[in-house]
Ligand binder design. Sequence first.
Ligand SMILES: [Fe+2]
Ligand SMILES: [Fe+2]
Length: 484
Amino acid sequence: MKKLLCIALLLVLVLLALPALAQQAAPVLTYTEPYLLTLNPQSEMSVLWLTKEPCEGFVEYGPTPALGNRIEAQRHQIKGLRTSATPEGYDPDPAKNPEAQVYQLIAKIEGLDSGATVYYRVTTKNGADTQVGKRYFFNTAPQAGGSFDFALLSDMQMKVKTKETMHFLGQQEKDFILFAGDLSNTPWKVGEWFNYEGAYQVPAEADRSFFECFQQDGDNSRLMQYMPVFFCPGNHEVDDQRVMTDKTMAADDANWSWSVYMQLFRPLYPEQEHGVNGKRWYSVNYGDLHITSLNVHRWQSWDGFDYPGWITKDDISPDSPQVQWLNQDLSSATQKYKWVVMHWHMLNRGDDAWFPVSKAVADPKNPEKAIYPEGDYCWDVLRPLYEQHQVNAVNFGHSHVYERYLINGVNYIEAASIGNNYRATNDPYHPSGHMPVMEENAFRSVMVVRVDENGMNARGIQASVEANGVGYIGRVFDTFSIAK
Ligand SMILES: [Fe+2]
Ligand SMILES: [Fe+2]
């Protein structure tokens, strides 16, 4: 009898353990949750996600949580991502680190209604293994006159408060994000994007990879799974960051490539021109707002170059393809509001961080010093176009501060006090003499913008309390409005 009882008990234990064993056996096929990109937010959305194997996948979607429609995903391989040479770290030469296996699935949903909420869910398949994702939703852009909300963001780069600030941003319930560049630090390092088994992570940055921060969805935080992000590239989107400090490498255009960034966000860059002067600009219309995303960033050598080694890639001289396109883009836009997103802080306090964007040559009177005979293309070429075409606002990043300028009707905003802060001293003003109407670097912050029947209204919101004790989380510290 005792024996029978023991066998029965054993059977019960095995039966109880079976579901757990089955769950354990199902492999996780994906590196990321889905993320959303589009150049036509009123009627189309691309759903993207990254997988470990060359998987198949599809997206189910519909106007209610019941979904109902299905579209197959296209597969790409992401080339150029590498894991660390050893568990202790990466070799500085990317080629000496093993290639990481990363695949990308993209399902493009078309024919959506404007101003609609769309529910969706991704499914990933690898042979007999199937992984069904969580259900998310997004909003399509409204028609002219409709209201919407968006947020500004830049310079995540795994900085100390990035994760917390992103989580706070996710709780603000926006429809899309404008991201002004510098996503990670070194694009080819796979561990900076997501957890990759065996890839080295700097201990302090272990849980701050790009997708970990940007896909937090606890406590009603809604980020990349719930809204399209309109990116522009920053200097940290160059694949091999050694060009910043190695003068010989920097001199050869072949060493400059933006391939990882452009592959990860492929639907924004259908031409996939990865090299110098490749097409890394686009525009989209979101309701009453025309958004222009530019490719403006330059490299500071810090101590890696002798003057006049400052370098500018990706031309914005007056006759360059990008500037000609910009002129055409802004003059043909008929939306009520116009907004430009670009990485380079064309207005910024700080003699360690601000330089003209044009070709540097040695000062004949002091060969150690660089001069810029062609001036600053941002100030002399972009600014007049912004004023002529009545751009309402330009947001940028790069120096990790909060500053806002208002010059001839154009707001210039660096809402980049996200993860850290590079404003340590009272740095000099822009050479034009313009001062920020607001600067606030005592805490991390986000800027959110609402467009509705009252016009366009922006708010800078405090996202942290630092050791200085200034303010409180949620406090509005800066506002500006643009009348309808
Ligand atoms: Fe930057
Ligand atoms: Fe940055």
